[in-house]
Design a binder for this molecule. Structure first.
Ligand code: PBG
Length: 324
């Protein structure tokens, strides 16, 4: 194997050659577009740290869903900004909650679009933690029933896939159990299986108004230094009945995506999170990077690492670029 017999540049000479031998073909078919639904009507408020991303009322969400569908993006994931918050996140269970109403409205519009709903408490609790708090401690087991009931209310509203992002132990089993007990045995669970305690969620917490009022999420989200533990988390979630697993964030954790891909033969998602999006947007707005090129490179990298599904705020732009 040596020069001059081998000249790797031979198959890099033209775009036709490069296209023929390309290993990763980035496709819109794996994109999921995240959306934030808020109360009111005709509300469309841009998130300061996330240009192009909006907090929107149900009517506006449906309009943007039409656009998402027309771009060939197969799915959205919904996050809710409720009317009221309390210690237990009760507003997340209401039949008339923001997410429930949005799901119903999107389904009523009969779009060719999967609706995934994020299942968590942090957007609905006054303390901003993903579970019930007692004496400054985030309690695991008392949180499970609330999460399961929230997932059930999403399924009843018509959610196609429920996606627990809280990182409580045993939540996939608790959700599976309650869904199955109410004839939702066919509703899949997308588990945020390896979710790291990350600084890259900053802009999301502005978008979802879900920053913890005190303390941090280190007692439930994973330590960024751990890789083996991610495999354990994935194995546990699969054992509890997760249909699809996810690694989050994406860019600082490409090795985790690759490791999960190699170890488990299940659909794998990666969340290209708010901070990753904000950095690209900020640099592009300053003219420091070429947005289109960088975004497509990032998404290709995430897919190349092994993700089948990519949750990304760039989905609409990338879908447009991949079309043309
Ligand atoms: C809720 C949740 C978060 C994200 C998705 N679901 C925030 C958090 O854990 O603090 C982050 C998504 C993003 O940053 O884009 N638990």
């Amino acid at each position: 194997m040596s020069f001059p017999i081998h000249r790797p540049r031979r198959i890099r000479r033209t775009e036709a050659l490069r296209g023929l031998v390309r290993e990763t073909r980035l496709t819109t078919a794996g994109f999921v577009y995240p959306m934030f639904v808020c109360p009111g009507e005709k509300v469309r408020k841009e998130v300061g740290s996330m240009p192009g991303v909006y907090q929107q009322s149900v009517d506006q969400i449906v309009e943007e869903c039409r656009e998402v569908e027309s771009l060939g993006i197969p799915a959205i994931i919904l996050f809710g900004l409720p009317e009221s918050k309390d210690a237990r996140g009760s507003s997340s269970l209401a039949k008339t909650g923001v997410v429930q109403r949005a799901v119903e409205a999107i389904k009523k519009a009969r779009l060719n679009l999967l609706v995934i709903t994020d299942v968590c408490l942090c957007e609905y609790t006054d303390h901003g933690h993903c579970g019930v708090v007692e004496d400054g401690e985030i309690l695991n087991d008392p949180t499970l029933e609330i999460l399961a009931q929230q997932a059930l209310s999403h399924a009843r509203a018509g959610s196609d896939i429920v996606a627990p992002s809280d990182m409580m132990d045993g939540r996939v089993a608790a959700i599976r159990n309650v869904l199955d007990g109410h004839k939702f045995e066919d509703t899949p669970i997308l588990a945020y299986a390896a979710k790291y305690c990350s600084g890259f969620y900053g802009p999301f917490r502005e978008a979802a108004q879900s920053a913890p009022q005190s303390g941090d999420r280190r007692s439930y989200q994973m330590d960024p230094a751990n890789a083996r533990e991610a495999l354990k988390e994935v194995a546990l979630d699969l054992g509890e009945g997760a249909d699809i697993v996810m690694v989050k964030p994406a860019l600082p954790y490409l090795d985790i995506i690759r490791a999960v891909r190699e170890r488990f033969d299940v659909p794998l998602g990666a969340y290209n999170v708010s901070g990753e999006y904000a950095m690209v947007k900020a640099a592009a707005q300053n003219g420091w990077i070429e947005e289109k090129r960088v975004v497509l490179e990032i998404l290709t990298g995430i897919q190349r690492a092994g993700a089948d599904i990519i949750l990304t705020y760039h989905a609409k732009d990338a879908a447009r670029w991949l079309k043309s």
